[in-house]
Design a protein. Structure first.
Length: 215
């Protein structure tokens, strides 16, 4: 069985994402219609379902550091830093974030990101891979990769096709990729989202990722 091929219906990632999308759709339906997606993409929402979004009257404001092409759908683009967004409290019905909090920087940035997620809407949905799971989905070809020292990870990225983007020949870029991917633990997630309910995505008896929800 493949581990992380989203197009392979037998892969672990495909099966988990299918279950996650079903849970997400139910969560969205009961919590409102205006969504702010911190660091997301329109391709992600197409997987969730354009017809689902349109038929149920959802709007999705996607926040990223740089402006991105959104294409067809109920999407709006907002350029900004998801760790500090210049909007009033409860500007939306739902905050959504999928595999982003582990990319925003150090602990101060992670804490700020969580604060914005809790502030911008009455309901939130935040998913992230679990640091204690032996495979980081960003580098799924190399088990235990994220537990190695940063210097070792940087070296491996320059030598082998481990990252989703393939081999990284530029050493500075490889170092940046390593520094910009910091998985969090379940204990840290509970500290960041003390008012959340937590859903575990499991594989082989281990928690592969966490979903924190309020609402």
């Amino acid at each position: 069985m493949a581990l992380n091929d989203p197009k392979d219906v037998t892969s672990l990632s495909y099966r988990l994402r299918s279950k996650r999308d079903h849970f997400l759709r139910e969560f969205l339906l009961r919590n409102g219609r205006s969504i702010i997606d911190l660091g997301g993409t329109s391709d992600y929402w197409r997987r969730v379902g354009l017809d689902f979004l349109k038929d149920n009257g959802f709007t999705v404001t996607i926040v990223n550091i740089e402006e991105t092409e959104l294409g067809e759908g109920p999407f709006k683009c907002m350029v900004g830093n998801a760790c500090k967004i210049d909007l009033p409290d409860n500007s939306f019905d739902i905050v959504h974030s999928n595999s982003v909090i582990e990319h925003v920087g150090g602990w101060n940035e992670v804490t700020a990101f969580a604060g914005e997620a809790r502030r911008l809407a009455p309901a939130y949905y935040v998913q992230t891979p679990n640091w204690w799971f032996p495979i980081d989905p960003h580098f799924w070809k190399a088990p235990f990769f994220h537990w190695m020292p940063e210097a070792v990870r940087t070296e491996l990225l320059t030598r082998f096709s481990i990252a989703t983007a393939g081999r990284i020949t530029d050493r500075r870029l490889a170092r940046q990729i390593v520094e910009d991917t910091r998985l969090v633990t379940g204990r840290q997630m509970r500290e960041l989202f003390p008012d959340a309910e937590f859903r575990r995505e499991r594989f082989g008896g281990l928690t592969k990722s966490w979903i924190a929800t309020r609402g």
